[in-house]
Design a protein around this ligand. Structure first.
Ligand code: ZN
Length: 307
């Protein structure tokens, strides 16, 4: 069965200031890197407002619309900017994640990669932050649970930064297990092991600066995969940030392309055992353009090969 690749050219119209790491060129590099791959290519639809409201209050949506500039740029915080194309891109990003769930659950694809921006895993219920506007993966998780009535879903976030937004949005959701590994100390400063969710449904795995893929593999083998396996989800989401790569300018973990291949492969094996191979992977960070392109391609090749 196919691997879906969901994106939209509107996601190239979310502009950030010159020199900003979360730039249009990130998505352009990924699109070029996967041009020749055999994928079920789908245009990301716009998310419906009701989908956003599953995790954000109306006041958050109002804040985003109110700050949308007609020309130039506005700033939501020190890191998070909006251009005239941002609102539409944000609705495509969340809509792409939702579409990936629909595509995988309907059986049109066994798994999916959602190549969108702005990313989502730092967006809290009422606070856009860290380049993120809407909590794309949490919105898609709620869609899988509430619309498709899946009993349980798991989110595995291997971005180098703590998935604080996803944790916040799914903190009280017993049907969702959220696992996030991240460098600590590092922005946003949360993600301690003691943060465990209202229902022991959050697992935080801080990793020391300058640690490598060997430590990550040990932590995932000993802590992550047993926890996910015993939770027995009906769909696994990946918050796929590629900024733990050794060449990334925003962090100090030393993962290589092979480490992202390993984690993807292990997650696909787990998904085959527990949830009919259903994996929805959604782009988060990754700021060295060449490393981002190489890691994304390698990640997607494993999704394609997965049984
Ligand atoms: Zn990140």
């Amino acid at each position: 069965m196919a691997t879906a690749f969901i994106t939209h050219s509107d996601c190239l119209k979310h502009e950030t200031p010159s020199g900003h790491p979360e730039q249009v060129a990130r998505l352009e590099h990924i699109l070029r890197a996967v041009e020749d791959l055999d994928l079920l290519r789908i245009e990301a639809p716009l998310a419906e407002k009701e989908n956003i409201l599953a995790v954000h209050p109306q006041s958050h949506i109002d804040l985003i619309h109110a700050n949308s500039p007609e020309t130039g740029m506005s700033q939501l915080d020190g890191d998070t900017h909006m251009s005239p194309g941002t609102v539409t891109a944000a609705y495509r990003a969340a809509g792409g994640a939702i579409c990936a769930v629909d595509t995988v659950i309907s059986g049109k694809a066994k798994n999916a990669f959602v190549a969108v921006r702005p990313p989502g895993h730092h967006a809290k219920a009422q606070i856009p932050m860290g380049f993120c506007i809407f909590g794309n993966v949490a919105i898609a998780a709620k869609h899988a649970l509430d619309f498709h009535k899946l009993p349980k879903v798991a989110v595995i976030d291997f971005d180098v930064h703590h998935g604080n937004g996803t944790q916040d949005l799914l903190w009280n959701e017993p049907r969702a297990l959220t696992v996030t590994s991240h460098q600590m100390p590092l922005w946003p400063g949360t993600g301690y092991a003691e943060e465990q969710g209202e229902f022991d449904n959050v697992l935080n795995l801080p990793l020391a600066p300058n640690s490598d893929g060997a430590l990550m593999r040990k932590v995932y083998t000993e802590r992550v995969f047993p926890k996910v396996r015993s939770f027995n989800p009906d769909l696994i989401f990946l918050s796929a940030g590629f900024d733990a790569h050794v060449d990334d300018p925003l962090a100090e973990l030393n993962w290589e392309v092979d480490d992202f291949v390993w984690i993807t492969s292990e997650v696909c094996n787990l998904a085959r055992d527990c949830c009919s191979s259903r994996v929805v992977s959604i782009l988060e960070g990754g700021y060295n353009l060449d490393a981002l392109a190489a890691c994304s391609r390698a990640h997607i090749e494993i999704l394609i090969e997965a049984k």
